[in-house]
Design a protein around this ligand. Structure first.
Ligand code: ZN
Length: 446
């Protein structure tokens, strides 16, 4: 019976969770008027479309030493490569000739970033350039992990990769109406560069094929935040739905980290008038006034005098809803003493960093933050990416060897771990080919 359930779970998640490539809008928070694109590795073919459906090759084998310059001009894009002018196009596309191609993007007024995969450039209705990176799913995930979390141990990155992958697979249609999957901003997940750190690549490889599912085998929403402040929040106290795997849990691991505590001082008259004007609370009533001036949260609460704390957080731009109020009569201020940073639902990233440092296993950490969720491993997913990362890692190690920036033991450690991961991939291939039904090897239950 239990085995049947596992097989069913395996099949359902495998069907639901497939994505080889994703389309991610880059610099989505910026208005891009012009961009200079150079090539760090490999060569690209440059295509352009003057009229809809009539795409033509502009220049082939564009690589190192060449710069593609694109400028918005009315509702068209002016294209030049070094000093060669190619005129106006309605859209432009750079297609990588193999998997080891790296683009270097320099939009006017923005920081430089590098990405792998293809790049599509079109015009937005506001006459700015829209940049879309068509990239392998796991390459995207590694870039997200690098952008979303700090730390040293690869288990931190493995955990972030699992929740970022779960979120992405569940939200593939987030920007479907705009013609892409995700933006590169925190609205979806931050994706501010390609992954260049070997330890993050190793964490991503170790997590390949791993997602979080609920009891019925559906991918969970996997929200995360910087720091819970010592207790996570129930999903219904922040958003609409009460989800069984997003329960408030004590989280002392989030204490004494970068974002554990904050304070904010507000003149008392502004604090009180906010509740009068915005929420129609009668502050002449001594009991109500007293609550506003001495509100306490020894553990998380959802409301203050009926007002959602999420609303208070938004209106006062507070780091979290987990705060208590102290009234300082001498200075006529209220001082908010807050804990944590973010909405507080699901996984605390700094709590995770602390738990990994204390030696907790990655699956027990996920179990701590996502009550009753199951870690699902689909061995048929993403096996090719091990080779992809291995090639990248070898390249980085080779570059480092030339620069002498890393100690030999560190390089050997990376290579040793990579070989073990390759072995794991080989074992999984055997598993798939022989279709042995010991799927419990790939399915953990907490
Ligand atoms: Zn988005």
């Amino acid at each position: 019976m239990k085995q049947t359930l596992f097989i069913a779970l395996l099949l359902m998640a495998a069907l639901a969770a497939k994505a080889d490539h994703v389309r991610v809008r880059l610099y989505s928070a910026n208005d891009i008027q012009a961009i200079n694109i150079s090539f760090d590795l490999g060569v690209y073919n440059l295509y352009g479309e003057r009229t809809s459906g009539d795409e033509r090759l502009i220049e082939d084998m564009v690589g190192e030493g060449r710069s593609v310059i694109l400028k918005a001009e009315g509702d068209k894009i002016r294209v030049s490569v070094n000093s060669d002018e190619y005129g106006l196009y309605s859209s432009v596309r750079l297609e990588a000739t193999d998997t080891a191609c790296i683009l270097c993007l320099n939009p006017e007024g923005c920081r430089q970033r590098t990405y792998e995969g293809n790049l599509e450039i079109s015009m937005l209705p506001n006459k700015h350039l829209q940049l879309i990176n068509d990239v392998e799913f796991e390459t995207y995930i590694a870039g997200v992990v690098q952008s979303e979390i700090y730390g040293q141990q690869s288990d931190i990155f493995r955990i972030q990769a699992i929740i970022s992958r779960t979120w992405a697979l569940r939200n593939l249609r987030k920007h479907a109406t705009e013609g892409y999957n995700f933006c590169d901003h925190v609205h979806c997940q931050a994706y501010l560069n390609r992954c260049i750190r070997p330890d993050i690549m190793i964490g991503a490889i170790e997590s390949s094929g791993e997602t979080l599912v609920d009891a019925s085998g559906q991918l969970i929403e996997a929200p995360f935040h910087s720091n819970s402040g010592g207790q996570t929040a129930n999903s219904e106290d922040v958003w609409r739905n009460a989800l069984p795997y997003l329960r408030s849990v004590p989280d002392t691991f989030s204490f004494r980290m970068k974002q554990s505590d904050w304070t904010k001082t507000i003149p008392v008259h502004r604090w009180l008038s906010y509740f009068v004007k915005t929420h129609h609370i009668n502050t002449n009533d001594a009991a109500l006034r007293d609550t506003l001036l001495h509100f306490q949260q020894p553990s998380r609460r959802a409301r203050i005098l009926g007002v959602p704390l999420t609303r208070v957080r938004q209106d006062w731009q507070l780091k979290s809803t987990f705060f208590s109020v102290e009234y300082d009569q001498a200075t006529h201020n209220v001082i908010l003493h807050g804990h944590g940073y973010g909405h507080g639902v699901g996984l605390s990233q700094e709590g995770t960093i602390r738990m990994v440092a204390l030696g907790y296993s990655y699956d027990s950490i996920l179990a701590h933050y996502y009550t009753g969720a199951l870690l699902h491993h689909d061995p048929s997913q993403n096996r090719n990416y091990v080779e992809h990362y291995a090639a990248q890692l070898s390249r980085i190690i080779e570059e480092d060897r030339n620069r002498q920036t890393q100690t030999l033991s560190k390089k050997d450690d990376w290579l040793g771990r990579l070989f073990r991961l390759r072995d794991r991939e080989a074992r999984e291939e055997v598993y798939i080919e022989s279709e042995q039904d010991n799927e419990q090897d790939w399915q953990y239950e907490w």
